[in-house]
Design a protein around this ligand. Structure first.
Ligand code: MN
Length: 442
């Protein structure tokens, strides 16, 4: 994919808030989500974030802005798919449809666009919206693409053998559960499960005492593949609609006792939170960086390697995780940052995840979600989980108000943010993801 007129950093929007220096939702971003008026019983429908507003695509269609005679058949068809209560049909339509819609939106939302008069009444302030999952998610797989996370966690679980030999040869993953994926704002009760205390001979059933978050990105699958037909690395990215933020909540005590030999189960499947807006790969194009593999490490097998991957396979997406305790909320303190990192540090890329997932013929379908795994950077302070930041609970973190945390406490809110920024390109942001732990039910 190449840069085109929609990436031009000089473009401004007639939606004034889209032109502010710090906004996530510039005219060059145009992420898609599903929303309705908060507190209403309206049908959910697709929308595009622009500044602090949402462009209601169903209303824009009614206003005739995406008439095929005006924008062409591809953009008109894509706009109809994007106005639905779930974006699966748009995801299935593929990159040509996504690109046509992006161009039509960019032109209609530009300063001086003749569509402004018709679209003005199709805006809803984001602050007045309620969001839904952007797609019917049929399957969810969570990868483990940060070697820094894998090594740090491996050291805690297996001090003598932190990184297992398969790690550098393939993108490791487990099959997650989609029934407990929810949109930002998710609140869930502290899960119970079997816990084997240190030195104990028998486990007990108890609420998790080592509840954690994982700072991740989620990928929404586009057209996907037929069962039995792998996706080659060269076409892997044309099967990815876009990215969102993802929190893979994890109960470390449940996980430690159950994970061998078949991997995570009840330690992970009680809740997963995603952010409402999906940022397309096309919007992220200015933030591509070269993907490299250290010369001393095994080079990938050929089905996981390509010249294009080496040239532009990684994406520099800044990620941060923040916490706001109940006490901080009561005293009006803003969330405090726990860590910050970038997706550019991932050992395996988006294209490699897709190619590996399907190499055995496994089929991916429109709306499936792939998690990237916890994105921890090379420095200890760049870790994407409390397990790492507190060194397995041994070194508590001190919050600005003097509270300490080894793991999450009841009523803690975890907030995640992501954005891309560099000179010569418009900022492209993911907005925010928030989720909260409630007291155990028992
Ligand atoms: Mn995870």
């Amino acid at each position: 994919m190449a840069l085109n007129e929609t990436h031009d950093p000089q473009l401004s929007s007639w939606v004034a808030a889209a032109n502010g220096a710090g906004t996530d939702f510039t005219l060059q971003n145009l992420p898609l989500g599903v929303f309705r008026c908060a507190g209403s019983s309206e049908a959910f429908r697709g929308g595009v974030a622009i500044g602090d507003q949402i462009l209601d695509l169903a209303a824009a269609l009614q206003a005739g802005v995406f008439d095929a005679r005006e924008v062409g058949a591809a953009a008109a068809g894509a706009a109809m798919a994007a106005a639905q209560p779930a974006l699966n049909e748009l995801m299935a339509a593929g990159p040509a449809a996504w690109t046509a819609l992006r161009l039509a939106l960019s032109r209609a939302l530009r300063s001086g666009a003749p569509q402004q008069a018709a679209l003005q009444s199709c805006l809803l302030p984001q602050a007045q919206a309620q969001f839904a999952l952007p797609a019917r998610i049929g399957d969810y797989t969570d990868f483990y693409t940060s070697i820094y996370h894998a090594t740090a966690v491996g050291k805690l679980f297996r001090p003598d053998n932190p990184l297992l030999p398969n790690y550098k040869w393939m993108p490791i993953a487990y099959h997650g559960r989609c029934s407990s994926i929810a949109i930002s704002g998710q609140q869930f009760k502290r899960p119970s499960g079997q816990i084997l205390a240190a030195g104990a001979a028998t486990p007990v059933l108890a609420p998790s005492q080592r509840l954690d978050y994982e700072l991740e990105l989620g990928l929404f699958i586009g057209p996907g593949n037929a069962l039995g037909t792998p996706i080659a690395i060269e076409s892997a990215e044309s099967n990815v609609f876009g990215l969102c933020l993802l929190n893979d909540w994890s109960a470390r005590d449940l996980q430690a006792w159950e994970y061998q030999p078949l991997g995570p189960f009840l330690g992970k499947n009680f809740a997963t939170t995603i952010s409402p807006w999906i940022v397309t790969l096309e919007a992220l194009e200015p933030y591509r960086v070269a993907w490299t593999r250290p010369a001393a490490d095994p080079q990938p097998l050929s089905y996981l390697d390509s010249p294009e991957l080496r040239r532009t396979g990684a994406i520099d997406i800044q990620l941060e995780c923040l916490l706001q305790s109940a006490a901080m909320r009561r005293s009006g303190q803003v969330p405090c940052r726990l860590s910050r990192s970038s997706f550019r540090h991932a050992y395996w890329t988006i294209a490699q995840m897709v190619a590996h997932h399907t190499v055995n013929g496994c089929n991916l379908r429109p709306g499936d979600v792939l998690g990237t795994g916890t994105q921890s950077g090379p420095q200890a302070a760049e870790a994407g989980s409390l397990l790492e930041l507190s060194v397995g609970g041994k070194q508590p973190l001190t919050l600005p108000d003097g509270e300490t945390r080894r793991f999450l406490e009841d009523d803690d809110a975890v907030i995640m943010r992501g954005w891309c920024e560099r000179a010569g390109a418009a900022r492209v942001g993911f907005g925010e993801l928030e989720g909260r732990v409630l007291k155990h039910a028992g």
